[in-house]
Ligand binder design. Structure first.
Ligand code: FAD
Length: 523
């Protein structure tokens, strides 16, 4: 382990006293010698959710990983430490997870992006990219495509940072096949809560490696990641099929994830109303002629849509259309309700960007996003869907509800990400993303508050009755976090005391209380 301790104790104390002084909001940048801490910015207390706005005392725009190590070693060297630190990636969290009330926000996007592609290196001939933690996935895609390569596992939206998604899991329609993004990491470089710069992998400093992946920013700041790459296809056949029956929809989804040799991507969503049909189709360049009858307000009718994708490179010895025909012959979608388009691999992965641009044009991107994502055991997916659809009114719902299957054996149980504990014999579990928007023009403070309250009790019921676990979630108290982690809690807490013993990192998650902090970020 390389231990970076560039600052004397005296400097550390000056830093600390200045942060805790009444002058912390002075208008000019604060200068701490080699550490250029800046006055807080608007972005540092803002995220995609637009629900929580915690203001830090200062912002660090690191020019190198050494700046991050210097900050954390300085803070942890003082036993009086009251200051907490959050890494902020692209700030696309929902509930202030990357914020630090009265602490310091480290703007990871300020780190110069370093990216090195290695094509078929080592004995195994594997390809990988070494990339800084503050890089966006879209940057990784663009660079690796220059070499005919690409990461295997994605998120739906690519304007998120490598460090941000690896701190959660990083899931999308490829997860059934390659696992979440955290299952596709070979090595990490971390600055721990004590300011140590550590390289870790499954074989070197492995406890830190497993802790940080899915670790919600609690154990260290990811400054570099080594990500597995595969040959990139040129084109993707992108297919949508519609259903009016939930059981048939999930049966077909499970059929598709049982064919990883042919299928490369599987997702799905509930078609609740006209809006959910149209907004989800912005990125889909096909002419969808599906004109469903949504029933009445008293007796609404909902539909379901499966999306799947097949890469062209899979099919050197086969015709892609024949393969899709063979697959779809085994499916039970509504008669004639199957639509397919050919798109470039880049456009396929960029599809949510199209939706973003469309929403931005309508002024509907920078609104409140009371999103809820949950992992649901297969045994409870019907009950979960019933609870969910009973609790929302299709006429009023703005947004999208994603549902798709994942396979447990693609997840490494030693990593920090939490999955449902029940149904251990079931390989399949589901992710359900209730991606709701609340426009302040039509949903005022009270309305947003009610939505959040309702969501909180829904999530609690789904947890207690079905064993569902929140993903990317917010828990109302440390006790709720314990219950979320379940039997994983002791391991998580032990890892925290090992890698961040002063409880400096990740206050915005509200999992731990900094014992020295008068204004701990627990909300
Ligand atoms: P931030 O919000 O900035 O940070 C998230 C957490 O990670 C914080 O706790 C922060 O302190 C910590 N963190 C950030 N950088 C680092 C670092 N370098 N080292 C250690 N900790 C760090 N998620 C999916 O899995 N699949 C999806 O398909 C998906 N689609 C999305 C689409 C949209 C439009 C949005 C807004 C979000 C989506 N997400 C998805 C959620 C997204 O993965 C998370 O919100 C993720 O945290 C965002 O990354 P970020 O860089 O914005 O992180």
């Amino acid at each position: 382990m390389e231990f970076i301790f560039l600052c004397s104790r005296v400097n550390a104390l000056i830093l600390l006293l200045t942060l805790c002084s009444p002058y912390k909001f002075i208008q000019s940048p604060m200068d701490f010698g080699p550490l250029n801490l800046l006055q807080t910015t608007h972005e540092a207390s803002l995220d995609f959710g637009r629900i929580v706005f915690n203001t830090p005392s200062a912002v660090l725009k690191p020019r190198s990983k050494t700046d991050i190590a210097l900050l954390l070693s300085s803070l942890s060297a003082s036993s009086l430490s009251r200051v907490t630190v959050s890494a902020r990636g692209a700030g696309h969290s929902i509930h202030g997870q990357a914020q630090a009330l009265d602490g310091i926000v480290v703007e990871m996007e300020s780190l110069p992006v370093e990216m090195e592609i290695h094509k078929r290196k080592g004995e195994d001939g594997i390809s990988f990219v070494d990339v800084s933690g503050g890089a966006l996935w879209i940057e990784v895609l663009k660079e690796s495509l220059k070499f005919g390569l690409a990461p295997r596992s994605w998120t739906d939206y690519l304007y998120l940072t490598v460090g941000g998604t690896l701190s959660n899991a990083g899931i999308s329609g490829q997860t059934f096949k390659f696992g979440p993004q955290i299952s596709n990491v070979l090595q990490l470089e971390i600055v721990t809560g004590q300011g140590e710069l550590v390289t870790c992998s499954r074989t070197e400093n492995s406890e830190l490696f497993y802790s940080v992946l899915g670790g919600l920013g609690q154990f260290g700041i990811i400054t570099k990641a080594r990500i597995l790459l595969q040959d990139a296809p040129e084109k993707v056949k992108w297919i949508r099929a519609f259903y009016d029956d939930f059981d048939t929809f999930t049966k077909d989804q499970e059929l598709l994830v049982s064919m990883p040799d042919l299928v490369d991507y599987v997702e799905g969503f509930i078609v609740l109303n006209e809006q959910s049909l149209h907004s989800s189709s912005v990125g889909f360049p096909g002419n969808v002629g599906f004109t469903p009858d949504f029933g009445t307000r008293e007796k609404p009718k909902v539909y379901y849509c499966i999306e799947f994708g097949v890469h062209d490179y899979q099919l050197e010895h086969m015709n892609i259309d024949e393969v899709v025909r063979d697959i779809s012959r085994q499916m039970s979608y509504m008669q004639s309700q199957l639509y397919s388009v050919d798109v470039s691999y880049f456009d396929f992965l960029e599809r949510v960007r199209m939706e973003e641009l469309s929403l931005r044009r309508q002024g509907l991107w920078d609104v409140h996003h009371p999103w809820l994502n949950m992992f649901v055991p297969k045994s409870g997916i019907v009950e979960f869907k019933d609870l969910l659809t009973e609790s929302i009114s299709p006429d009023d719902f703005m947004g999208l509800i994603l549902i798709y299957p994942l396979l447990r054996d693609k997840w490494d149980g030693n990593m920090s990400a939490v999955l449902p504990e029940v149904g251990s014999t079931d390989q399949v579990m589901y992710v359900v993303g209730v991606l709701q928007s609340a426009n302040p023009d039509t949903c005022n403070h009270r309305c947003l508050h009610d939505l959040l309250q309702h969501q909180c009790s829904f999530a609690q019921t789904a947890h207690d009755q079905i064993g569902a676990k929140q993903y990317l979630g917010h828990q109302p108290s440390p006790l709720h976090w314990r219950s979320h982690f379940g039997r994983r809690w002791d391991q998580f807490a032990r890892r925290k005391s090992q890698f961040d013993p002063n409880y400096i990192l990740g206050p915005g998650q509200g999992i731990f209380t900094n014992p020295h902090s008068a204004s701990s970020a627990l909300r």
